[in-house]
Design a protein around this ligand. Structure first.
Ligand code: ZN
Length: 314
């Protein structure tokens, strides 16, 4: 039992990074949802359980992950994020959008996806897709700390043909919004590389466009490089089976590489199955530096510079 409980806790604290780095995609408001209510063994002594947002940010800063981009990608989460940005002044900026799998529900599409799951409709989905995107626009205009529109894009893992239409319409609306507001764009692309690239090229991508949790191969890394699109690497780049993804990392121009956790999901090796949190980006960037045979401090310096080019200073 003790072992099982420990596995449910967060990964071990990494050795602090020599140079601070940015986690450019995290869901601080989702972390609690994946935790048990009993503090597992092995969590830092004296820390309250479950950790607060301030605890997560402090633990991340101790590991050398001194800044994060908090992503609110459904209406309740976007409101939560806007509220956090108005109170938490250090370390955090935000990205807001209606996630592709939320867009289908706002559009009233209730088909069973290729994954065999029936989507779960909640109260906030009664808002039309147009109105939902309009609220994202209002929230984004309301805070100078909102620096990106995202995550938006397409998810054909979860979505059938009717949902695909709604996702494409939503994606296009978000691209237009990012351009109108001069913000970066964070893309969710799950089993939809060709479709996402086609929409970006047809509509014209925003000046700063990021593939969140990049999942393409070398060929797709080249398409990103040609277009100046950023590739954000998450825990999967550390997974044993993902040689193609590591080859894409090698092929990616250094000035387009970003780092993220997507916490509480996608926890890096060897901590898969445990909840993720921003501090664990330090594990991922260490693995990236080892793969690239690059000095860790140099890679962190480059990723931080790239992050500031995309999101500005904070
Ligand atoms: Zn995410």
């Amino acid at each position: 039992m003790a072992k099982r409980t420990r596995e449910r806790g967060f990964p071990a604290d990494p050795e602090p990074l020599p140079v601070p780095v940015v986690d450019n995609h995290t869901h601080l408001d989702h972390i609690d949802a994946v935790l048990t209510d009993v503090a597992p063994d092995g969590e830092p002594a004296g820390q309250a359980w479950p950790p607060t947002v301030a605890d997560h940010l402090a633990r991340a800063a101790r590991a050398g992950v001194d800044r994060v981009v908090q992503v609110g990608c459904d209406l309740p989460s976007a409101r939560w994020t806007a509220n956090l940005l108005s109170t938490q002044q250090a370390g955090v900026v935000g990205a807001l959008a209606i996630h592709p799998n939320e867009a289908t529900l706002h559009a009233g599409v209730l088909e069973v996806g290729p994954d065999g799951l029936t989507p779960e409709v909640e109260e906030h989905h009664a808002v039309s897709l147009d109105d939902a995107v309009a609220e994202i626009a209002d929230l984004a205009k309301g805070s100078p700390r909102v620096r990106a529109i995202g995550e938006t894009g397409m998810d054909l893992f979860r979505t059938g043909p009717r949902g695909e239409q709604a996702q494409r319409a939503s994606f296009r609306a978000h691209i237009a919004l990012a351009k109108e507001l001069g913000l970066a764009l964070q893309i969710h692309d799950r089993d939809a590389h060709a479709q996402v690239i086609e929409v970006l090229l047809a509509d014209g991508a925003p000046e700063r466009t990021v593939f969140h949790c990049f999942s393409g191969d070398v060929e797709m890394a080249r398409v990103c490089a040609e277009n100046g699109w950023y590739l954000s690497f998450a825990g999967p780049v550390t997974f044993k089976a993902n040689d193609d993804l590591r080859a894409a990392l090698t092929a990616a121009p250094r000035e387009l590489i970003l780092l993220e956790t997507d916490a509480p999901y996608l926890t890096p090796h060897p901590f898969r199955g445990q909840p993720n949190a921003p501090f664990a980006a330090a594990h991922t960037v260490r693995a990236m530096a080892a793969h690239l045979e690059e000095d860790l401090g140099t890679l962190c310096t480059d990723i931080t510079a790239n992050s500031e080019r995309v999101y500005g200073n904070w």
